[in-house]
Ligand binder design. Structure first.
Ligand code: ATP
Length: 283
């Protein structure tokens, strides 16, 4: 029984016990609301309704959750999901050290016990056995069954599960099952309108208003190239990178080339099209 789940305790950081207080967001993160997402999240939190954040890469989902965790005064436990992530990575496992075998709670168990906000980023990437954990946590039961110890943990009243999902990446093979997604309310995110994105780029990159406006327009135009075969438009994150290089004295066209053009595509034809848009904006 136990033996099968015992692992040697090395000095690996993920096995170190940590205090949940370390996950408190101590200073106010900068977040510029785009719509009524603050009110929606707050209402869902108070009503114990799990939240699904949908949207393209680099559009502010993570920053939003950080902001909400700060606003609600709850620790934020973030897990970047990937295909090797197993249920025991989340729940915990038995480990062997000099004192013998002992159980170590995984990040999900700690979050559930401490009433944290648990943010599973790109949840569809995780292995299917992790959805088995999500279901009892996200319905009226709000429990986490820990198979290896036989314990059932009731979620703290202040616990909330929040997951994110990028609809552009999904395929028939990797999609959220309806029985999973219908346990959440879904807040759709997208890149902000030009005036709001100007504000965000200026604030986050330190570039001037004029440069930030030009970058926001650039983002908007490049996103329209998606019909021409561009898989994903320029994210707010990339516009900020370009702005930061410009703040550091790199010429705008060059900053956009390395932060945006070459990052978005390897295809020479497509790179040329994006470059043309850059040149039309930064003359
Ligand atoms: N509304 C916003 N207010 C403040 N900053 C923002 C906002 N939207 C985007 N940003 C900026 O864009 C960056 C990227 O956003 P974030 O990391 O939240 O993206 P994401 O949607 O979680 O992306 P991914 O899906 O790739 O993890 C942030 O670090 C922040 O600088």
């Amino acid at each position: 029984m136990v033996e099968a789940n015992v692992e040697l305790l090395e000095d690996e950081p993920q096995y170190k016990e940590f205090a949940i207080e370390e996950f408190l967001v101590r200073s106010e993160p900068y977040y510029r609301p785009v719509s009524d997402e603050l009110e929606l999240f707050q209402a869902a939190y108070e009503q114990h309704i799990p939240v699904l954040l949908k949207g393209p890469t680099g559009c502010g989902k993570t920053r939003f959750v950080e902001y909400m965790a700060w606003k609600l005064g709850r620790p934020l436990v973030t897990i970047a999901c990937h295909e090797d992530l197993t249920a025991s990575d989340l729940v915990g496992r038995y480990l062997l050290d000099a004192q013998g075998t002992r159980w170590i709670d995984g990040p999900m168990t700690r979050a559930v016990k401490a009433g944290a906000i648990l943010y599973l980023d790109e949840v569809v990437e995780a292995r299917k056995d992790t959805t088995v954990l999500i279901h009892p946590l996200t319905d009226h039961r709000r429990i986490l069954p820990v198979e290896n110890t036989g314990n059932i943990i009731e979620a703290d009243d202040r616990f909330l599960l929040c997951i994110s999902y990028n609809p552009h990446y999904q395929s028939a093979l990797k999609d959220l099952k309806h029985s999973t997604r219908q346990r959440f309310i879904s807040i759709e995110f997208d890149y902000p309108p030009i005036d709001v994105e100007t504000e965000i780029v200026a604030k986050e990159s330190g570039c001037n208003e004029e440069q930030a406006y030009a970058l926001a327009r650039l983002g908007d135009k490049i996103r329209n190239l998606r019909e021409h075969g561009l898989a994903e438009g320029a994210s707010t994150r990339l516009l900020i990178y370009a702005g930061r290089l410009m703040t550091h004295g790199i010429a705008p066209r060059r900053a956009c080339q390395v932060a945006i053009v070459w990052t978005l595509s390897d295809e020479p034809e497509l790179q040329r099209s994006i470059e043309e848009v850059v040149h039309s904006i930064f003359e």
